[in-house]
Ligand binder design. Structure first.
Ligand SMILES: [Fe+2]
Length: 433
C-alpha cells in the first residue's frame, strides 16, 4: 500500500492535500508598519475595524497613526460585538457598503477580524445574508471572486482568525452558531505583534490559549486526509489531518504545554506571552489547512446555551462562556472517546503537551492525554467541565441538539459522531475532577 509520511492511502480516499499558506509579518512593533503595507496593497481609503475596548488601547492608536502618516484616508468602525451575530455582521456590512472603501484593516480579537471579513464580503458581493453562510443553516454558495485587501492585526493570542478564511457568528435568526468559510476570506496580510498581548487579563489569556491548544489538537487528531472521500476540486478547507498541518500543530502543542500556565499566571512574563502569540499563529495556519472537529462542534452548543455564567475579566453585562473555554470544557471527554481511532497520535499529542507517556500502552492513550489537559485546565483556573459553567444532566439533550447541526465539523472527526455519541460526550464532560 502506498503512503505519504505515515498516511496510508485507502480506496476512494483522497491522495493529495492543499496548502493555503498565509502571508504575515511577525514580531515586536510590526503593527506600526500598517501604513506602508496598506499603501503597498493599493489602499487609499480604509475601513478600520475594532471594538470600543480595543479602540482605547495602544495597538489601535499605533495602527491608526501609521495609516494616517502614510496618507491613507481612514474611517473607524468600533461597534463590533464580542461573539458577533448576523445582526452585528449586517450592521458592519452596511457601514462598509456606504463607505466605498478600497481596503480593510482590523485590530482586535477574532470577533473583530471575523466581522471585518464579513463586511468586506457583503459589501463587495452584496447578496441575501444566507447566501454565503455554511450549509445546512445557510446556502453555502462559493464567494464569487477576490475580496478587497484586508490587513488583520490580532490583539489576542487565540483564534488564528488573521490567517484563516473563516468568520464565526451567532445566527440569531436560526438559533445556532455557524460561520462563513472560504479561502477568499483569508486576510491578505497578518501583522502579528506579540506586544499587543502584554496587557491582556489572565482569563482572556487562558481562554484564548485553550482555543489555540484545541485548534492544534483537533487538527492533529482529525480524520486523516487520505480517509476523506475524494471529491471534485477545490478540496474543502476541513480537508483533514495532513503532513503540513501536522508540523504546525505539533510545534504549537509543544509551545502550549510549556508556556500556557506561565503566560496566564504572570502578565510580566514577556517570553511566555510572546511564545503564545507564535503558537496561535502556527496553529491558525495548521487548522486552516486541516480543520477542527468535535470539541469545537460541542462548543457552539455550550456558548449558545449558557444562561448565567459570568467569567472573570470579561464584560459583565451578558452571560458568556468565552469561545476557548467553551471548547476546552469538552476536550478531555472527546479525547477519551477518540483515542482508540489512533492511540499513537493521541499519545504523541500528550507528549507534545508535556506528559510523559513512555510507560503508557495504546489502551491508556485517551486517559494520558485527557489527564494532561485537565492538569493544564486546573493550573489556569478553568471551570470543572460544562457543569462548571452552569449545565446539569438535565441540559444534556439540549446541548446534544445544539451540536448535531455542526455537520462540517463533525464530518472531520476521526470516527462517526452523531446524536447518541454527542449525548454521551456531554454527559462525560459535566465534571472532570
Ligand atoms: Fe476556535
Amino acid at each position: 500500500m502506498l503512503c505519504c509520511q505515515g498516511y496510508e492511502f485507502v480506496a476512494g480516499g483522497d491522495r493529495a492535500f492543499e496548502v493555503d499558506a498565509a502571508r504575515l509579518a511577525y514580531g515586536s512593533g510590526v503593527v506600526r508598519e500598517a501604513g506602508s503595507h496598506a499603501k503597498d496593497l493599493g489602499m487609499s481609503r480604509v475601513a478600520l475595524f475594532s471594538d470600543r475596548r480595543v479602540a482605547a488601547l495602544e495597538p489601535f492608536a499605533s495602527v491608526l497613526g501609521s495609516l494616517r502618516a502614510s496618507g491613507v484616508d481612514v474611517a473607524v468602525f468600533d461597534e463590533t460585538q464580542i461573539e458577533p451575530s448576523d445582526a452585528s455582521f449586517r450592521l458592519a456590512a452596511e457601514f462598509a457598503r456606504q463607505g466605498s472603501f478600497d481596503g480593510y484593516v482590523s485590530v482586535g480579537g477574532g470577533s473583530v477580524i471575523d466581522t471585518c471579513k464579513a463586511a468586506n464580503l457583503y459589501s463587495t458581493y452584496p447578496d441575501d445574508f444566507a447566501t454565503y453562510v455554511n450549509a445546512p443553516l445557510g446556502q453555502g454558495k462559493p464567494v464569487p471572486g477576490p475580496l478587497r485587501p484586508h490587513i488583520a492585526c490580532p490583539t489576542t493570542s487565540g483564534t488564528g482568525s488573521e490567517v484563516t478564511g473563516i468568520a464565526i457568528f451567532d445566527y440569531l435568526e436560526r438559533g445556532a452558531k455557524t460561520g462563513i468559510a472560504s479561502k477568499r476570506l483569508r486576510p491578505s496580510l497578518a501583522l502579528v505583534d506579540p506586544d499587543c498581548t502584554l496587557t491582556l487579563p489572565k482569563m482572556v489569556v487562558a481562554c484564548s490559549g485553550f482555543d489555540v491548544l484545541s485548534h492544534a489538537l483537533e487538527s492533529y487528531t482529525a480524520l486523516p486526509y487520505t480517509r476523506r472521500k475524494k471529491s471534485a476540486s477545490p478540496r474543502p478547507m476541513s480537508q483533514g489531518a495532513n503532513p503540513f498541518s501536522d508540523i504546525a500543530c505539533a510545534e504549537a502543542l509543544r509551545i502550549l504545554g510549556r508556556y500556557i500556565v506561565r503566560a496566564v499566571g504572570d502578565a510580566s512574563d514577556g517570553e511566555a506571552r510572546e511564545r503564545m502569540m507564535f503558537a496561535a499563529t502556527l496553529a491558525g495556519i495548521g487548522f486552516g489547512n486541516a480543520g477542527v472537529h468535535v470539541p469545537h462542534a460541542m462548543a457552539y452548543a455550550v456558548g449558545g446555551l449558557v444562561r448565567d455564567y459570568h467569567p472573570p475579566d470579561y464584560p459583565p453585562e451578558h452571560p458568556l462562556a468565552p469561545h476557548g473555554m467553551a471548547v476546552i470544557l469538552n476536550t478531555p471527554a472527546v479525547v477519551r472517546f477518540t483515542a482508540p481511532t489512533d492511540p499513537k497520535r493521541h499519545l504523541e499529542a500528550a507528549a507534545f503537551l508535556g506528559a510523559d507517556p513512555r510507560d503508557a500502552g495504546p489502551a491508556e492513550a485517551g486517559e494520558v492525554l485527557a489527564e494532561r489537559i485537565e492538569a493544564l485546565m486546573r493550573a489556569t483556573a478553568m471551570p470543572n467541565g460544562v457543569g462548571g459553567v452552569g449545565f446539569s444532566r438535565d441540559d444534556v439533550g439540549a446541548l446534544r441538539d445544539g451540536a448535531v447541526p455542526q455537520k462540517r465539523l463533525l464530518a472531520n472527526a476521526p470516527c462517526e459522531i452523531g446524536g447518541p455519541e454527542l449525548e454521551r460526550l456531554f454527559g462525560d464532560a459535566l465534571r472532570y475532577w
